[in-house]
Design a protein around this ligand. Structure first.
Ligand SMILES: *Cc1c(COP(=O)(O)O)cnc(C)c1O
Length: 228
């Protein structure tokens, strides 16, 4: 718990430094702690340290942890992983927010399981790599996906873009492309201003490129166990 508190404080200090270096207000940046593969007890420890935003990338793990920690009512669960359409109902039931909407069929599946009047905030994930097998919509198709969701999915609200930087290339140019995607998205959905980018290895670069939501795992949680 002490180590966790120390790592959390160190990351928050680095976030504040990177924000100030870019002339940004650290208060406008949401730090999401990615807790995948770690037990629910770690999420409870983070909660005691004041963390209210956590990220999970697998539906079954998300569902199990949200059930176990249902008492922590103001904890926000961000779903950040690849989503299968058949898991849409379970994801929607457990997640406060979904960062990884990357195709019309997934948007439709998430929309269909929504109740009338219930709105799920989503980000559109963009693929910044040359590998079409990675998650995310091709940048050239972002506007079409945004139009599809805005016009056809009344229970979803598009808040912005999300991406993972390519592993084998510098992060800064990739995040600059993401910022351009964000501008193009806002030509379709003017208030979709969020940019979810930046992980342990590259969050300072993401902040410099305008990220509003950081998804930071191992720098805070320590090494991920292989199994939970
Ligand atoms: C695991 C994961 C992260 C966090 O990765 P770290 O390198 O541990 O900070 C961020 N985003 C996504 C989509 C992830 O799957």
């Amino acid at each position: 718990m002490d180590d966790l508190a120390t790592r959390l404080a160190a990351v928050d200090a680095r976030i504040a430094d990177a924000a100030r270096a870019s002339g940004r207000d650290p208060g406008e940046i949401t730090r999401i702690v990615v807790t995948k593969f770690h037990p629910a007890s770690l999420v409870a420890d983070l909660y005691r340290l004041g963390v209210r935003d956590v990220g999970e990338n697998r539906q079954q793990e998300l569902t199990a942890k949200t059930e176990e920690l249902a008492g922590l009512a103001d904890l926000r669960w961000h779903f950040i992983g690849q989503a299968q359409t058949k898991k849409a109902r379970a994801i929607r039931a457990a997640a406060s927010l979904v960062h990884s909407v990357d195709r019309p069929r997934l948007a439709d599946a998430l929309d269909r399981v929504g109740e009338d009047g219930d709105v799920l905030e989503v980000l559109l994930q963009v693929n910044l790599t040359d590998d079409p097998g990675r998650g995310g919509v091709e940048p050239a198709e972002l506007e079409a996906l945004a139009e599809h969701v805005a016009a056809g999915c009344p229970t979803l609200r598009v808040r912005g873009v999300m991406a993972v930087a390519p592993l084998d290339a510098p992060a800064a140019p990739a995040f600059a492309r993401l910022a351009e995607c964000s501008r193009r998205l806002r030509s379709v959905v003017p208030d979709a201003e969020w940019i979810s980018a930046g992980m342990t290895a590259d969050f300072p670069e993401a902040i410099a490129a305008g990220a509003t939501h950081l998804r930071i795992g191992s720098a805070i949680t320590g090494e991920r166990p292989l199994h939970i």
